[in-house]
Design a protein. Sequence first.
Lengths: 305, 238, 119
Amino acid sequence: MTPTVTETSGIQIRQLHKSYGSLDVLSGLDLTLPAGHIYGLVGPNGAGKTTLMSTICNHTFPSGGTILVDGENPAENAGVLERMCFIHEDQPYNDVFSVASILHVMPNFYPDWDAALAQRLVARFQVPVERRARKLSRGQKSAFAIVISLASRAAYTFLDEPYLGLDPTAREIFYEELMTDFGAHPRTIIMSTHLIDEAAALMEEVIVLHEGEIVLQADVDDARSSAYVARGLADEVRAFAQGRDVIAQRTLGRILSATIRGQVTPGDEDKASANRISLEPVSLQDLIAALGIHTLTNALTTENR
Amino acid sequence: MNTSTRSLRLYLSNKAYVVGVPIITLAAMVLVSVLIALVMGIVVGLPLPHDVEEGFRNNLGSLTALPGFLVSMGALAVNRNFAMALAFGSTRRNFWVGTALGFGLTSLVTAVAAVVLLALESLTHGWFVHTHAFDVTAMGNGNYLKAFAMTFVLSALSLFLGALFGTVYRAFGASLTTVTAFAMGIVVVGLIAVGVWQRVRVIAFLADWGLWAVVAIVAALVAAVAAASYSANRLATF
Amino acid sequence: MAFANDRPIFLELADTIAADVLAGLYPEESQVPSTTELAAHYRINPATAGKALNTLVDAGIVYKKRGLGMFVATGAPEALRRERRAELHTHYIAPLLTEAKRLGLTPADVVDLITKDPS
């Protein structure tokens, strides 16, 4: 299925601004997300991931710019909003509602609600159905949010750090169920995550947010092959890195590892082996972490000028 | 399905709250009235003599007990249900309409319960101790229609007031909510002060128009508070 | 599953499936898992799984039976064997000789090691 960006499908954001008082969280963001894919939203805390998702779903109001979902402004738009599901990481629940009573109400909100799937997932994640939603543990709350998000079959499903409190086994269950359901019932999923390497294979496209701006938006495989690490004796690596886009460096004694943006050419390979430099791939997590530090350092450097 | 009924169903799935709380509140009122009578009875004997019983007609318990619970219920209904409604793709307007309908139902249930308890009160001659919880001046002295109407508008006002505080909190934050509550408190005190100052006129007015005037005033307040909570809801964020 | 960092995941997966075909785990004309099954099992997105299968289709290892799924093509194991024999030098022998040279061993030394290998 090839991605389609038509005027009537997907999410289109132009010059999105969002400020809380004097704090600019999102500053002129442009983003186009064709429908039917899984997007990973990554970035440091405070970069604006939750704010971005909240604005798209009309949970909060943009300070400027336009948002179009399936060609329409989602603000107070029942037809568009009812195709969205965004359970916040700190979602408050009414004191009295039990898990079971909330699940019972869900078909009213989502016409495609899959009750059987919800039942199966609730059992698999061991969420206590009779307990009040407010009284669930951190992990159980995450599991509950996952259950609702998946069973809703919402055309646009947003997951905000859905793995919080889940042990590795539960996370594996989540990833497996997510892929199974997405495969059988394609929809648009936008997931914010800090566990980049764990989620790298799940995502089709990764969007890196840093201080309210998009620093990188790319196919995961393209992103992973967009940089490499040159490792060797400090002087030799520095010489090799001359004129290249170095985004991070780490030293271990006499050994310097430089993360360099770009593609490795055969000429590079020859030059490296001649200077006892090894060229290694960089994991998506390391790349994104390096980008974060790089952007921050750049900002600091420009300030000091 | 009309999307506002989603929020109504969300509100109603809280069965214990919607039906239980009002009825328990009313039952508590009865209990309090009976206990006070029992205590008084130690001195004046039980069942209470006629002149003491008449004093109970000024019992404002029914008027003050309900708002206490229902204001907080209204606030909670809005506060947390709103967050859920937003998460599950509801518009703010539909959420408000659904919740308002829910408030109407709760008020209806409460009013019916008040009438039933009023009937029981008559049947048991004041709960066997000649006390008055519902057969009071504030509720029309035994007139079922007046009791129903008064309970209905009072419940609705309490719920919408709670909702107003809840939505103002969601729209403007904690400090403004406190300011709003404070301002309202001042307005209420001011009105009472005016009422006391002009009490002769107030009593004459009530004697002419009776409880229905009060009901009408409260109903108007309900409309005003409801409109305010709707506007605040439009501005509320997650 | 931890896929290596240097190659796209879909290529790694295609290789894994091809290796399974070569080892006889998927006999000729047997069905290979669907994109959804692969996605769920390896915790990768279905598009990547689809790309892996398409790569195998392009290489003639599997083919699509409309409405039924993907099946191992007749002659696929043999084709894979031929292909890998041709690549044996690039993937194994050349690196072996480079490493040997790095360690100061001559090709004759390497041959000696091979002939003396007990397995």
